[in-house]
Design a protein around this ligand. Structure first.
Ligand code: NAD
Ligand code: DAU
Length: 349
């Protein structure tokens, strides 16, 4: 089997690539990634020499290149993770998000459709990896179901919602075999430190202010990245064609409580006086259109495929903090250059 994973040098993608290369010796895993600021081949050192792995540097927005790639390789399946993924950046630069997340996805769908063999009985899946943010924002009650109406509220979530709709439309119109997964907030090793958890870890480590948007009362449902990767593996292989599966951590936290937990954990790890890191907390202007609460109901994937989260938040945070402390070079590399300019612009106190 030839499987194309897009965005495999990014945070979640690199966990998925490592899992597939190590687990499926009889597959050939192709990783297509443009290597934007968020893509990093260091994430894949462990598998870079494996004989069932090949990296391809390329842009999903380059239609001719994508069509050629599919024509030559005739992939048996695609797991599509490549995207612009950070909400704050989408507020600053919406066009980048529309281009990559919508037109990039459409190029892949068109190329996959064109390269499909006439063997229609064979399972040839286009697995679109999406987000719970397409459902909008919750109040105090309820959770997102697969049937919850779409209500995206940031340029990022609107672009992901559009791509979800395109994937469904290609299934209905052209009979491409698709599955869509909508997942809650991931955390773990290799996440770019613009996202909350690695940003807080990095700032505590460097004794820098911890920016808390608004009052810090927004709620997110956190899932350890390896659990997400296991769910993607299951849905890719066993998910019902044309279906959507919600994936979540059953693990809701107010941002401020999560940040305080990290402060306590890191004071211990860094042998600092208790309370040192909490003093770094700095309330800053809220994110425009900031969604209040996300929470996923993942009954469907549990009942249909037997998946549920396995890593407790205590354990997952501990592993994450330890990984970032042990990988200072990785952090220093990704936070140099352009990132610094972006970082300064966003968070001047
Ligand atoms: P990320 O930003 O860490 O990685 C994205 C990867 O895509 C990078 O390697 C980047 O180089 C690559 N990429 C970007 N534009 C590209 C292009 N035009 N052509 C080829 N490659 C390109 O993102 P992530 O957090 O790992 O998210 C991966 C996917 O999962 C995204 O589709 C995102 O919407 C979705 N998702 C993320 C989360 C989360 O909490 N991080 C939760 C649910 C869903
Ligand atoms: O829900 C899934 C989504 O989770 C994914 O689709 C996105 O790709 C991913 O980036 C993430 O989106 P969020 O906007 O929820 O994640 P972020 O880490 O940017 O922010 C988490 C929460 O923390 C959010 O309420 C905003 C807040 N925040 C974030 C940052 C970066 C702060 O208070 N301060 C910060 O500095």
């Amino acid at each position: 089997m030839k499987i194309l994973i897009t965005g495999g040098a990014g945070f979640i993608g690199s966990h998925v690539v490592r899992r597939f290369v190590k687990k499926y010796y009889d597959y050939m895993i192709f990783n297509l990634d443009k290597l934007t600021y968020a893509g990093n081949l260091e994430n894949l050192k462990e598998v870079e020499d494996a004989i069932n792995y090949k990296f391809i540097k390329g842009d999903i927005c380059d239609r001719e290149f994508i069509f050629n790639l599919f024509e030559v390789n005739k992939f048996d399946g695609v797991i599509h993770l490549a995207a612009e993924s950070h909400v704050d950046r989408s507020i600053e630069h919406p066009m980048d998000f529309l281009t990559t997340n919508i037109f990039g996805t459409m190029n892949l769908l068109d190329a996959f459709r064109k390269s499909m063999s006439s063997d229609i009985d064979k399972r040839r899946i286009f697995h679109h990896v999406s987000t719970d943010e397409v459902y909008g924002s919750l109040g105090d009650e309820g959770k997102f179901l697969e049937t919850t109406p779409y209500d995206p509220r940031s340029p990022y979530s609107a672009s992901k919602a559009s791509s979800d709709h395109l994937v469904s439309a290609y299934h209905h119109t052209y009979h491409i075999q698709v599955v869509i997964t909508n997942c809650s907030n991931n955390y773990g090793p290799n996440q770019f430190p613009e996202k909350l958890i690695p940003l807080v870890i990095n700032n505590i480590k460097n004794s820098k202010p911890i920016p808390v948007y608004g009052k810090g009362e927004n709620i997110r449902d956190w899932l350890y990245v390896e659990d997400h990767s296991a769910a993607l593996d299951l849905v890719f292989h066993k998910g019902r064609i044309g279906e959507t599966y919600n994936i979540g951590g059953l693990n809701e936290w107010k941002n401020i409580e999560l940040i305080k937990t990290l402060c306590i954990m890191m004071d211990k790890k860094l042998n600092r006086v208790p309370g040192y890191s909490e003093k770094l907390i700095t309330y800053v202007t809220d994110r425009p259109g900031h969604d209040m609460r996300y929470a996923i109901d993942c009954t469907k994937i549990k009942n249909d495929l037997g998946w549920e989260p396995t890593v407790s938040f205590d354990k997952g945070l501990e592993m994450t903090v330890e990984w970032y402390l042990a990988n200072s070079d990785w952090l220093n590399n990704v936070t140099s250059g352009n990132y610094q300019q972006y970082y300064k612009k966003q968070y001047e106190y």
